[in-house]
Design a protein around this ligand. Structure first.
Ligand code: AHN
Ligand code: ZN
Length: 324
């Protein structure tokens, strides 16, 4: 009896070990698959982040929608990043209005000296001054593309990075009060009236002596018919980053969007980052040689109907691949 018991006992021990081992290896294989799959940039997810921002209404500084959207963005970035910095400031607009502004920064590996900066503006413009119909000009811009699209792509990138942690530092800077520049009906032309939040950040970075190897600004990156030619200030200040990003796009087969043609120089958030913070920074922005900015730009038509998941996916892939 005894040897039989021993044999049965040993048999079960061996069988259970074999089962455990099999189970363990199956689990780890699953984990790998899951990890690879979940770090893929999801255009559906980016689209939802844009939809949520737009649902608050126009995010004009000092408005309720602006405040509510700020809370949403802080909440999302806190979910994905290692550290969050909130930079509250009062900025004076060209017309003397005091804007209660908020730059929001989410960081990965905040202690790492090697850093990359990704940015987009989250405010929307107080006036549809590109409308020909005067009655519509006082309406604020909903900014599905102009504001929400860049932020939506960056939130989705943050989600990807929270799953597959980068080995270096990444900062996601959501700038405020980019779009409070002098309206087109005014005779005044003041380039300093734009990009107030990024001007403030460049003079007062969230971390003392902040530096990054390079920066990428996303502005109007969701349009269905978007193309991204090479913006001239980007080429002037950061030619090596332009080359790297457009090359990455070509390798991914996205040269239909990332066209290797120069376009004029644009005043945008990358200017203070280049000129004041001295971080070589490019602007990925929807520009067209024939029409300039998209036709819905600074009009009541800048809503979700223009947003294309196809464009979001391509921009997301290019940026994610350019920072790896
Ligand atoms: C100017 O019109 C001077 N700059 C355009 C920057 C901008 C506004 N991007 C989106 N909205
Ligand atoms: Zn704008």
């Amino acid at each position: 009896m005894k040897p039989f018991f021993l044999k049965t006992f040993l048999f079960f021990i061996i069988i259970s070990f074999a089962c455990c081992k099999k189970q363990a290896s199956a689990t780890s294989a699953n984990d790998n698959v899951k990890k690879q799959q979940t770090t893929i940039f999801s255009a559906d997810s980016a689209y939802k982040y844009i939809e949520t921002q737009v649902a608050f209404g126009a995010r004009v500084p000092n408005s309720t929608a602006h405040k509510q959207c700020g809370t949403f963005l802080i909440d999302k970035l806190s979910q994905f990043c290692d550290t969050i910095y909130i930079q509250n400031c009062q900025l004076k607009a060209f017309d003397g209005t005091i804007l209660h502004a908020q730059n929001i920064i989410g960081s990965f590996n905040p202690e790492n000296k090697k850093r990359i900066l990704l940015l987009a503006h989250w405010d929307s413009r107080p006036w549809c001054d590109a409308e020909s119909d005067k009655a519509k000009q006082q309406t604020p811009v909903l900014g599905a593309d102009d504001g929400a699209s860049g932020v939506g792509v960056l939130l989705e990138i943050a989600r990807c990075l929270s799953i597959q942690k980068p080995t270096f530092g990444i900062d996601i800077l959501l700038t405020d009060s980019e779009d409070y520049g002098v309206p087109s009906w005014s005779d005044e032309r003041d380039s300093q009236s734009w990009c107030l939040g990024s001007q403030y950040w460049a003079k007062n970075p969230h971390v003392k002596n902040y530096n990054a190897e390079f920066g990428i600004l996303l502005d109007m990156v969701g349009g269905a018919n978007a193309i991204f030619p090479i913006e001239e200030n980007s080429q002037y200040y950061a030619p090596h980053i332009v080359a790297k990003v457009w090359e990455e796009a070509q390798q991914l087969g996205y040269s239909d969007l990332f066209v290797s043609q120069p376009f004029g120089a644009i005043t945008d958030d990358h200017l203070p980052i280049n000129e004041i913070a001295r971080i070589p920074t490019i602007d990925i922005i929807h520009l067209n040689n024939q029409t300039g900015f998209p036709d819905y730009w600074h009009t009541t038509k800048d809503d979700m109907t223009n947003i294309s998941k196809n464009t979001l996916k391509k921009v997301g892939d290019v940026v994610l691949n350019s920072i790896q």
